[in-house]
Write a protein that binds this ligand. Structure first.
Ligand code: PLP
Ligand code: COI
Length: 340
């Protein structure tokens, strides 16, 4: 691929050289296996297929201008996968297993790491699912852990340009005491109808509200939501959203910039009081939001009236990607160089 092709890469799957697997059997995780096949052989009664015993992660490797490849906060992804595993009663992949699989997946696919300056990155997708057979509803006794990679561009085709999103009143992706705080496939299945409806109406994503009262903002499709009001960075506190590693990092960066961070419930009506709003996540990075539409209530909120991302969102975005790309000092110790 030439520089232009790398720069125009969509967020999608691309075949690479090697993926990495480990099986949990008889109470133990087995040695890492390296495969060049894109296929896996799965028992037809696997709980991952029938009862949604499945979780995944998403992190990125970044090629620096110095030729070094960095992973961003991989320990947080490892921890979250452990939380997801515990949350739906799956075998827990140890930190060391997660690390070895992720680092080897990057190393063994190095020609797929997009060059510095293209805006593209190597997306790393760890996957865990119940591979043991069950017919009754019970956790499996066997699990498969797998890591593949794919070079990707921005999740929203707009990149850092502002997007429009649509309030999903007719759908919930997760319930208050459900699995919304875990990165399990069922949450994404539950979000598909709302997401496709939003796309069909010309929006980049659905904005989910809390399922109990339909009053507070939960999250923006596959990304957390944040707002800027004066010097405050405000983001929802909710038990049904994914604890985003990007959002966690932006909260630290906002504080470092002298802003005040508020994690609390955000009522939809508060949207009229915000200066800037955005969606954040590994895939989305920061997507500034220019318009939020609540079709059922006939309301809309507009931002970025000059067509550009707001000042604070831009500062946060650049601070974050500069650390990820290795352009700024890693003062919080968030990146790990992958020895090639
Ligand atoms: N919320 C959902 C539902 C997601 O799928 C993601 C993506 O991982 C995020 C938020 C953002 O999380 P992170 O910043 O850890 O990628
Ligand atoms: C991510 O940001 O890593 C995601 O997982 C979002 C989506 C592709 C599920």
């Amino acid at each position: 691929m030439n520089q232009t092709e790398w720069s125009n890469l969509p967020f999608g799957y691309q075949k690479t050289n090697i993926n990495i697997r480990s099986y949990y059997r008889e109470g133990e995780w087995g040695k890492l296996e390296f495969s060049d096949s894109e296929y896996i052989s799965v028992h037809m009664a696997a709980t991952g297929l029938h009862y949604g015993q499945q979780a995944f992660e998403g992190l990125k490797a970044y090629m620096g201008n110095d030729g070094k490849v960095r992973l961003f906060r991989w320990e947080e992804n490892a921890q979250r996968m452990q939380d997801s595993a515990n949350g739906i009663m799956m075998a827990v992949p140890p930190m060391e297993l997660f690390k070895e699989a992720v680092f080897n997946a990057v190393r063994l696919n190095k020609e797929f790491i997009p060059p510095y300056g293209t805006g593209a990155t190597l997306y790393v997708r760890p996957l865990l699912f119940g591979s043991g057979a069950r017919v009754g509803v019970k956790p499996a006794d066997e699990y498969m852990f797998l890591v593949f990679v794919s070079p990707v561009g921005p999740y929203f085709k707009e990149g850092f340009n502002p997007v429009s999103i649509m309030v999903a009143r007719d759908y919930d992706r997760a319930a208050p005491k459900g699995t919304g705080c875990y990165k399990v496939g069922g949450n994404y299945a539950a979000s598909l109808t709302a997401g496709e409806k939003a796309h069909k109406e010309g929006f980049a994503s659905a904005l989910f509200l809390d399922a109990r009262e339909k009053k507070y903002i939960d999250e923006a499709g596959p990304a957390n939501f944040f707002a800027i009001k004066g010097d405050n960075y405000i983001t929802p506190l909710s038990e049904s959203i994914l604890p985003s590693i990007t959002n966690k990092s932006l909260m630290v960066l906002a504080e470092d910039m002298g802003m005040k961070v508020e994690r609390r419930k955000i009522a939809l009506e508060e949207l009229s009081e915000f200066d800037e709003v955005g969606a954040c996540g590994t895939a989305a990075v920061i997507s500034p939001i220019r318009r939020i539409v609540d079709l059922e209530m006939g309301t809309e909120w507009n931002y970025c009236l000059d067509g550009k991302a707001g000042e604070k969102s831009s500062q946060l975005y650049h601070r974050l990607i500069d650390i990820q790309n290795g352009d700024a000092p890693d003062k919080f110790g968030w990146t790990t160089v992958v020895e090639m």
